[in-house]
Design a protein around this ligand. Structure first.
Ligand code: GLY
Length: 304
């Protein structure tokens, strides 16, 4: 069994991604981190390492690069799942940790719970002396100020802004990873700052097992896009169940995205899928979703 790690940098519109060279470089570096971890560790180590790298990068909507909510606050979600044990851990609406995926793994392995939200999760991160988030990036503050003007011009129509303009601006860039290790163990992880200008307190798909991420003995999936649509369609559970019924990762990814498009329209979801044999695939109904995969001893393959 040759291990594999796959990552995505988020689904959205072309307008949201201007610097494709930088995105490619950062995805390659995230894959390097994941593959380094899987050489000596597990699929869970790999997805945590890859997502942690993307949280630190600052160019994705996760961790250091997270977008802001309607009040200019940070509110990040993340989740991780070990397909071997079928245990999951997640954090919702946190602002303290620099790397919400690290806290999600601690929830999975140390607390006996699955989802920890808000103040309690932040307090745990603080108590464990996890690195603290440096605060909103200049880019996030600039975008927030621009969008706040639009909200005001629109007479407090922020609901419409979230769904229509966030889509046009391509600000849906959650990050995610899936991996299969040498023993056939699978894992998935995701992290996000959520939908830009969201209502404070809103929680998306990223901390919901089965929605934003899922892994079991058949394979693993990580989603990106509108959390509300991904929750209502249980996108990642849907994809992994298709693997269990004999679909290839490519069929599972495309059947999942097609059924979501039929139910909710297009421009709202992307997904990466790995099966227990280490085959990987991706599908989206958005304009773009940079993603890629890598195996130990091989160069990364990136699709922009
Ligand atoms: N997929 C990220 C979110 O909707 O929060």
């Amino acid at each position: 069994m040759i291990p594999v790690v796959a990552v995505h940098g988020g689904a959205g519109s072309r307008r949201g991604w201007r610097n494709y060279d930088r995105v490619r470089k950062e995805l390659e570096a995230a894959l390097d981190e994941g593959v380094r971890a899987i050489r000596t560790g597990s699929a869970v180590d790999a997805v945590e390492a890859a997502v942690r790298y993307m949280e630190d990068s600052g160019i994705f909507n996760a961790g250091v690069g997270s977008v802001l909510d309607l009040k200019g606050g940070l509110s990040m979600d993340a989740g991780i799942m070990d397909g071997r044990s079928r245990r999951a851990g997640a954090v919702a609406a946190v602002e303290y940790p620099r790397n919400p995926v690290v806290l999600a793994r601690i929830v999975m392995e140390k607390t006996g719970h699955i989802i920890l939200a808000g103040r309690g999760a932040d307090e745990l991160a603080k108590k464990l002396s996890l690195p603290r988030h440096p605060g909103p990036s200049e880019r996030a503050i600039k975008r927030w100020k621009e969008l706040l003007e639009k909200v005001r011009e629109g007479g407090n129509t922020y609901y419409a802004l979230r769904y229509k303009e966030a889509k046009e601006l391509g600000l849906l860039d959650t990050v995610g990873a899936v991996a299969v290790d040498a023993d056939g163990g699978t894992a998935a992880a995701v992290s996000t700052g959520g939908v830009i200008m969201k209502f404070p307190g809103r929680v998306g798909d990223s901390p919901i097992p089965g929605a934003g991420f899922y892994a079991d003995r058949w394979g693993a999936a990580a989603a990106t896009g509108y959390g509300e649509v991904i929750i209502m369609s249980m996108a990642c559970l849907r994809a992994v169940e298709k693997l269990a019924s004999g679909s290839s990762p490519s069929e599972a990814a495309w059947l999942t995205v097609s059924s979501i498009t039929a139910l909710f329209g297009s421009g709202n979801v992307g997904i990466i899928v790995a099966d227990k044999y280490g085959r990987v695939a991706a599908a989206r109904n958005t304009e773009v979703m940079p993603w890629g995969y890598m195996r130990p001893g091989h160069r990364p393959t990136i699709y922009i």
